[in-house]
Design a protein around this ligand. Structure first.
Ligand code: IPM
Ligand code: MN
Length: 341
């Protein structure tokens, strides 16, 4: 457990590194050791590295790295997951969409993170009346769970362009019918926000057809998981997308939305920018250090302006670098304090 202390931008940081996921499985036999959760709760904010790997893929569910992450989210009560998908002008050519479709896209997905089918009971394996094996899960939301995430989303939308689109499957699922009813019921508290509703299948299509129609999206845990991966590709690469998970009490959890990319592990190819930008979100939402957050974001932009690209965002006329060099270039930009060109 490393402990490190230093000052930067007038802020004193004390870092403590604790294992979760595969590292925790290897060192302690469980994906979220009690000590890790306790250390997380004692912190002011948590920066999480991406988790998962082939080594543990065949593990039983309670011994999967992903289970450790879900336990951490639940243990910290971080029910609101903010996933911004912003197309930077520097990366518009990295998007698989036409320039005129991707240009200027700026979406915030507010994903419910501690409820729904990820946590709903009953769940498990069994057999049906024909003796066939079955696996089952439950999509369930309580009114209070919907209200609290909707309130966060209205607040987020209010600080952005004032448009909130709630995504559900209310034509089929009871949990979504309640979701729509509760979100609609709160709208009068936020008269400055324009609320709309969309079925998730249509939303998946609209994100590709005309993503600029979206400002803030609020949705349940699983739809948010899927739509945020989709939205990330508008920006050029999932390797660019940070996230912030916040709750009512205790510290927030900040992590890139991508996984651990085990296929390129150890090859110095991964894009570190989603994690770097997660650190910026940590400063903004976790510690209230807006200036420092902006400095990191400006440094990322500056690094892109200087032409550096990892493989996932590489395009003609730019300089291909590995994960390590990309990190060093960002650091150089932070230190030089250069602003967006
Ligand atoms: C994410 C990931 C996780 C999720 C996995 C690793 C459990 O895909 O953060 O989006 O499904 O929430
Ligand atoms: Mn995901």
């Amino acid at each position: 457990m490393a402990s490190l202390c230093f000052f930067s931008a007038g802020i004193e940081f004390r870092f403590r590194e604790v294992p979760v996921g595969g590292a925790a499985l290897d060192s302690t036999g469980v994906p979220l050791p009690d000590d890790t959760l306790a250390a997380a709760k004692e912190s002011d904010a948590i920066l999480l590295g991406a988790i998962g790997g082939y080594k543990w893929d065949a593990n039983e569910k309670h011994l999967k790295p992903e289970t450790g992450l879900l336990q951490l989210r639940a243990g910290l009560g971080v029910f609101a997951n903010l996933r911004p998908a912003t197309v930077l002008p520097q990366l518009v050519d990295s998007s698989t969409l036409k320039k005129e479709v991707a240009d200027g896209v700026d979406i915030m997905v507010v994903r419910e993170l501690t409820g729904g089918i990820y946590f709903g009971k009953p769940r498990g394996f069994g057999s049906n009346d024909r003796g066939e094996d079955i696996g089952f899960n439950t999509e369930v939301y309580a009114a209070s769970e919907i209200d609290r995430i909707a309130r966060v989303a209205f607040e987020v939308a209010r600080k952005r362009r004032g448009k909130l689109c709630s995504v559900d499957k209310a034509n089929v699922l009871e949990a979504s019918m309640l979701w729509r009813k509760r979100v609609t019921g709160l709208a009068s508290e936020f008269p400055d926000v324009e609320l709309s509703h969309m079925y998730v299948d249509n939303a998946a299509m609209q994100l590709i057809r005309n993503p600029k129609q979206f400002d803030t999206i609020v949705t349940n845990n699983i739809f948010g998981d899927i739509l945020s991966d989709e939205a990330s590709m508008l920006t050029g690469s999932i390797g660019m997308l940070p996230s912030a998970s916040i709750g009512d009490l205790g510290p927030g959890l900040f992590e890139p939305i991508h996984g651990s990319a085990p296929d390129i592990a150890g090859q110095d190819k991964a894009n570190p920018l989603a994690t770097v930008l997660s650190a910026a979100m940590l400063l903004r939402y976790g510690l209230g250090e807006e200036e420092a957050a902006k400095r990191i974001e400006a440094a990322v932009i500056n690094t892109l302006n200087r032409g550096f690209r990892t493989g996932d965002i590489f395009s003609g006329g730019t300089t291909l670098v590995g994960c390590k060099q990309m990190g060093e270039e960002v650091l150089r930009s932070v230190e030089s304090g250069k602003q967006v060109a």
